[in-house]
Design a protein around this ligand. Structure first.
Ligand code: COA
Length: 318
C-alpha cells in the first residue's frame, strides 16, 4: 500500500518585523488590545519587490535540503495561495522555474484561503496514494500585506506574510492517515477581497465580519476533531501535537480544550507571525520540527478554517 509521508519541511519569513507598536501609529489600536484579543505580538512584512513565488522558493529550498533530495526528483508541485504573483501562470509554475525543475512535473495553485495548505496536502496525498506521483512539493505562501487596508484596524492588525513548505515522499507506512476538506460558499461575504478579474474596480482589500468568522471557526474546529478521528483507530490521547492554523489564540484555545490537550501540546507561532493564511500550518510545522519538539513518529493533528468558508484537517504521523 502507498502512503504519503513528510520527508522534509521548510519555512520563510520576510526580514522586516512589524511589532504591534508600529500599528499604533497607523490606526486607533493598542498593543494590549491586539495581544488580548488575538495573541499576536508581531508579524513579518515582505519587501516591496518581493513576490509570493520568491517566498515559496525560499521555503522550498529548506524542505528540499532537509529531505536530502534533488529538486529534479519532484513530480508534483502545489502552491496554496490567495496572493499569487500573477493572474497566470500559476505561482507553482513560477516556483518551478525558480527551482530549475524541467522534468515535466505537474504544477498548479490551490485557492482555499487559510485552509489552502490542508487542501494542497490532501490533493498531493491522493496522487501519492494512488501511485500516480512519487514525490510532491506542497507549499502554503501568502503575502497578505498587499491586500490589507492599512487604515482598517479590524483587519490590518491580524495578518502577516510568509511561506511554508513540505516534501511528501511515497512510503509503505503512513504518513498521512487521513485528511478532511469542507467548504460552504454561502458564508462567502464574511471574509473576502471583493475585487477580482470580473470586478476589477471593486474594493481590493480583505474585508471581514470578525465575530461571524470567530463563531464559525470555533464551531467548525470543534466538530472536525471527532470527524477526523472517526474510523482511524486513534483517540485524542494519541495526538502528540496540535499544529493548527494560526489566526487567533482564542480559536486555538477552544480546539485545545476540545482535544483535552494542554497549550504545551500546541505548536504556536501566532504571536510572532500573525495570520499568514495558507503559510501558517507549514510554518508552524517547520518551527516545531526544527526546534526539536516534533520528532519522527509523533502524531500530529492539523486543522484550519478560512475564507469561503473553507475548512479541513489532517491526521499525520511525522
Ligand atoms: N484595536 C482596537 N479596537 C478594535 C480593533 C483594533 N485593532 N479592532 C476592532 N476594535 C474594536 C471594535 O471596533 C469594537 O469597538 P466598539 O465596541 O466600540 O464597536 C471592539 O473593538 C470590539 O470589537 P469586536 O469585533 O467585537 O472584537 P472581538 O473580541 O470579536 O475581536 C477579532 C475581534 C477580529 C479579533 C475577532 O472577532 C476574531 O479574531 N475573529 C476571527 C478573525 C479571524 O481569525 N480571521 C481569519 C480567519 S482565517
Amino acid at each position: 500500500m502507498n502512503y504519503a509521508r513528510v520527508i522534509g519541511c521548510g519555512g520563510y519569513l520576510p526580514e522586516r518585523v512589524m511589532p504591534n507598536s508600529e500599528l499604533e501609529d497607523l490606526v486607533d489600536t493598542s498593543d494590549d488590545w491586539i495581544r488580548t484579543r488575538t495573541g499576536i505580538r508581531q508579524r513579518h512584512i515582505a519587501r516591496e519587490d518581493e513576490t509570493t513565488s520568491e517566498m515559496a522558493c525560499n521555503a522550498a529550498l529548506g524542505a528540499i535540503d532537509m529531505a536530502g533530495i534533488e529538486a529534479g526528483s519532484i513530480d508534483l508541485i502545489i502552491v496554496a495561495t490567495s496572493t499569487p504573483d500573477l493572474i497566470y501562470p500559476s505561482t507553482a509554475c513560477l516556483l518551478q522555474k525558480r527551482l530549475g525543475i524541467r522534468n515535466g512535473a505537474a504544477a498548479f495553485d490551490v485557492q482555499a484561503v487559510c485552509s489552502g495548505f490542508i487542501y494542497a496536502l490532501s490533493i498531493a496525498d491522493q496522487f501519492i496514494r494512488s501511485g500516480t506521483m512519487r514525490r510532491a512539493l506542497v507549499i502554503g505562501a501568502d503575502m497578505n500585506s498587499r491586500i490589507l487596508d492599512w487604515t482598517d484596524r479590524t483587519t490590518c492588525v491580524l495578518f502577516g506574510d510568509g511561506a511554508g513548505a513540505v516534501i511528501l515522499g511515497r512510503s509503505d507506512e503512513p504518513g498521512i492517515y487521513k485528511t478532511l476538506l469542507h467548504a460552504d460558499g454561502s458564508y462567502s461575504e464574511h471574509l473576502q477581497v471583493p475585487s477580482g478579474v470580473s470586478n476589477p474596480t471593486a474594493d481590493p482589500y480583505i474585508r471581514m465580519h470578525g465575530n461571524e468568522v470567530f463563531r464559525f471557526a470555533v464551531q467548525a474546529m470543534d466538530e472536525i476533531v471527532d470527524e477526523t478521528l472517526a474510523d482511524t483507530g486513534f483517540t485524542r490521547k494519541d495526538i502528540n501535537w496540535l499544529v493548527p492554523h494560526q489566526a487567533n489564540l482564542r480559536i486555538i484555545s477552544a480546539t485545545v480544550k476540545k482535544l483535552g490537550m494542554s497549550m504545551d501540546d500546541v505548536i504556536l507561532t501566532v504571536a510572532e507571525h500573525g495570520n499568514t493564511s495558507a503559510a501558517s500550518i507549514p510554518l508552524a510545522l517547520n518551527t516545531g520540527v526544527r526546534d526539536g519538539r516534533i520528532r519522527q513518529g509523533d502524531t500530529l493533528f492539523m486543522e484550519a478554517v478560512g475564507g469561503g468558508f473553507t475548512w479541513g484537517s489532517a491526521l499525520i504521523r511525522y
